[in-house]
Design a protein around this ligand. Sequence first.
Ligand code: ADP
Ligand code: MG
Length: 240
Amino acid sequence: MIKFEGVHKWFKKLHVLNGIDLHVKQGEVVVVCGPSGSGKSTLIRTINQLEPIEEGSLIVDGMDLRSKKTDINKLRAEVGFVFQQFNLYPHLSVIDNITLAPTKIRRTPKKEAQEQAMELLERVGLAVKRDAYPTQLSGGQQQRVAIARALAMKPRIMLFDEPTSALDPEMIGEVLAVMQDLASTGMTMVCVTHEMGFAREVSDRVVFMDHGVILEEAQPEEFFRNPQHDRAKQFLKQLL
Ligand code: ADP
Ligand code: MG
């Protein structure tokens, strides 16, 4: 589903992705972790071309992201993105946040989009909030709506960039539970997160990044039991 080969990216002189090779299969859940500034956000933002790459090849669900022929709108419809800051539209109700893209971009009829939105709201446990506005919701609820909104486009891949980092501790679990449920449906997921419990229990693979390089890639039990690099050991120690 996702194939990075020899990918490089610079921000001016800053070499942020330095030869990334990473393959993610359909249905796989990959957790990306590493120190702040190591390039995790940049890495996942390249997958839906929020950041273009300068060297190497990146294929996402058969679309070559370096080809001018690739339709970015199609790519973004297939790749859902959930941000640290939930980015809901503040002037729209919960249900309108969810139906906006399907009706405008997928051209789904309004009634059908609303039915789908209600199913998604049931799934994230927020059906009763359909007419609420984002400011009337807790952070955890807003993030669950943001996940439902991304799912409304029927993506084949879901990307998460520190989805629980802006949340109060008591709300982290409800968001991780929704992500775990999504993983169990076979969704292909790449999650930047420092929630190591989630990595251990839900992910198929952990990728550890440092300075724009993937230093380590392992099954979670292996990564936590026996990290190979000093930087990874240090990083894990810090989280405890
Ligand atoms: P992480 O998510 O691991 O904290 P990022 O991918 O956000 O790391 O950032 C990697 C490096 O690139 C950092 O040094 C950051 O300051 C820099 N960076 C990120 N985005 C930009 C940008 N739009 N312009 C210039 N530098 C950036
Ligand atoms: Mg980041």
